[in-house]
Design a protein around this ligand. Sequence first.
Ligand code: SF4
Length: 222
Amino acid sequence: MPEESKRKRLERMHAEYEVLRELIPSPQCALHFKTPFQLLVATVLSAQTTDVRVNGVTPALFARYGTPELLSRANPEQVEDIIHPVGFYHTKAAHIIELSSQISTDFNGEVPQSMEELTTLSGVGRKTANVVLGNAFGIPGFPVDTHVMRLTGRLRWRTDWRSTHPDPVKIEKEITACFAPEEWTNLSHRLILFGRSTCHARKPDCADCPLNDTCPSAGMWA
Ligand code: SF4
């Protein structure tokens, strides 16, 4: 198969994204939250587990410790008891208590609104920061999770699609360069939702996939 030119790839990316836009017209953040602080904590808790599990523990957590001030003064063992179902509860409890303390002391009790500041918080990397920026503040952010890595690879939206250990920061830079900033957050949501519904990790449903006409990986698992 001849190498696709950069221009052709970009045209295909936009055409495929149009299909995803029609398929998923109003994507929403799957984590439940009422404030930016709650989304930040929920996202830290969501590492290595499902959003459903996180949504199962956050009502009890936020009923008791709904602000940075309250959570920063929490007893770690009591927090661990509440968040136990999300796994890695010891580390996660330490992170959310520490980041609450940092927000209280370094940011006047308010979740900061920049990538640079958010990533100074305990347990917060670029993916979490992008989730908070895009979903809590309406600031363009493109979270790269396992679904985004898989989809951008299979669709060959990124040039290192052959890589078995792709770099999420590189993916973020390469994909965001191809789309308008106001689209970044929903682009990530749509890729994640489409990865969950159709382009599964082990057995993608290529036969019924609306992208199978143009996807370079279509049918590889048949
Ligand atoms: S055709 Fe198959 S590999 Fe390509 S996006 Fe659809 S499900 Fe994924």
